[in-house]
Design a protein around this ligand. Structure first.
Ligand code: NAD
Ligand code: UD1
Length: 337
């Protein structure tokens, strides 16, 4: 396969996927506006792989920039990561979220159509299942959205299904990620949120490294064994490898939705204790009220990805914590360290 365009390829998941693609012999073109990432990440990807990354600074809302990138490098497939992803912010600024995520995706699809590229992997999220009606979640679970970020993912999924109905020659993989955590084992790349982390693992890592004092655990009265929320955390390198397998699978026309998770749920307290063990640091925490919109438990049935792709998440919770810690304590302030 020719070069692959990674929109949002400088971000957390895009950079780890870039490493796996390069290691597997693919050429990659990163298309990013660095609204939520740092150019330094691409030097690190090159350092890890010993290969070079083509970079196009551009915005997915501009079709002409996307077309130029695809034609300049003769890209044969697109992995579309670029997105705004903070749920709370999406409730305050819905128009910006719909514009960036939905309008931006339309530009990506139109640029692909104009250049004759019809192989696409799209970053969706377990958030499209809304409040779970049963667990573990299968791909056939009803879809719904409770905030603009989630709705933007759902709208895009619907657009992709419509596109495939109208143009069955398209090859589309909709990947529904559960909770990606961890970092590359080199400690050179990892998650580097701007401002206060919204998600659990980067917050814990910043407490461990001394950037923040105390973790607030949102809710201790959920109907779970220890009262704290349960999620399906998966190692970002396993997730990246899932993209590689999915891309290999897109050798025939289809529109396929797949869960990428481990199938195992861990509670907030279990994550805190696992991180303390891996890092040797104490994580001070206090209980706080539930976060609006949070569900008690959410975990995948990952059996379809195993059956279709032969993919299974392999890295343990211990690995997720060790690798997060290696990244964080070598890069206290992330790529700005
Ligand atoms: P990230 O913010 O680290 O990466 C997104 C990248 O897209 C950033 O580099 C950002 O600069 C870029 N970007 C944003 N808007 C852009 C635009 N208009 N034009 C060009 N580039 C733009 O996020 P991530 O965690 O790597 O997430 C990647 C994808 O996976 C997103 O679509 C996200 O919704 C999805 N996802 C993430 C998680 C998670 O927990 N991290 C879970 C489920 C789904
Ligand atoms: C969040 C997003 C969701 C997205 C998912 C994966 C929200 C409301 N939801 O969900 O849309 O698909 O990430 O990226 O942002 N927690 C704390 N204290 C913290 C941070 C988190 O107790 O400081 C708890 C949460 O209440 C939850 C668990 O930790 O029980 C995991 O939280 P988080 O990492 O934000 O992931 P999700 O809740 O799954």
């Amino acid at each position: 396969m020719g070069p692959i365009l990674l929109t949002g390829g400088a971000g957390y998941i895009g950079s780890h996927t870039g490493v796996e693609l390069l290691n597997a012999g693919h050429d990659i073109v990163v298309f990013d506006n660095f609204s939520n990432s740092h150019p330094e990440v691409l030097d690190r990807v090159e350092q890890i792989t010993g290969k070079s990354v083509h970079l196009v600074r551009g915005d997915i809302r501009h079709q002409a920039e996307l077309e130029a990138a695809i034609t300049t490098y003769n890209c044969q497939a697109v992995i579309h990561f670029a997105c705004l992803k903070a749920v709370g912010e999406s409730m305050e600024r819905p128009l910006e979220y719909y514009e960036n995520n939905v309008l931006g995706t339309l530009q990506v699809l139109q640029a692909m159509r104009a250049t004759g590229v019809n192989t696409l992997l799209f970053s969706s999220s377990a958030t499209v299942y809304g409040v779970p009606q049963y667990l573990p979640l299968k791909e056939t679970h009803p879809l719904s959205a409770t905030n603009p970020y989630a709705r933007s993912k759902l709208i895009i999924e619907d657009i992709l299904r419509d596109l495939h109905r109208a143009n069955p020659e398209w090859r589309i993989g909709i990947l529904r990620y559960f909770n990606p955590v961890g970092a590359h084992e080199s400690g050179l790349i990892g998650e580097d949120p701007l401002g206060v982390p919204n998600n659990l693992m980067p917050f814990i890592a910043q407490v461990a490294v001394g950037r923040r004092n105390t973790l607030q655990i949102w809710g201790r009265d959920y109907p779970t064994p220890d009262g704290t929320g349960i999620r399906d955390y998966l190692h970002v390198v396993d997730l990246a490898i899932g993209h590689l397998r999915a891309l290999q699978h897109l050798d025939t026309p289809q529109c396929l939705s797949l869960n990428l998770g481990t199938g195992t749920g861990y509670s907030v307290l279990e994550i805190v204790h696992a991180f303390e063990k891996s890092s040797g640091k104490t994580i001070p925490y206090e209980f706080a009220p539930r976060r609006t919109g949070d569900v008690a438990s959410c975990y995948a049935d990952p059996s379809l990805a195993l059956a279709v792709l032969g993919w299974k998440a392999e890295r343990t919770l211990e690995r997720m914590c060790e690798d997060t810690w290696r990244w964080q304590h070598h890069n206290i302030h992330g790529y700005r360290s």
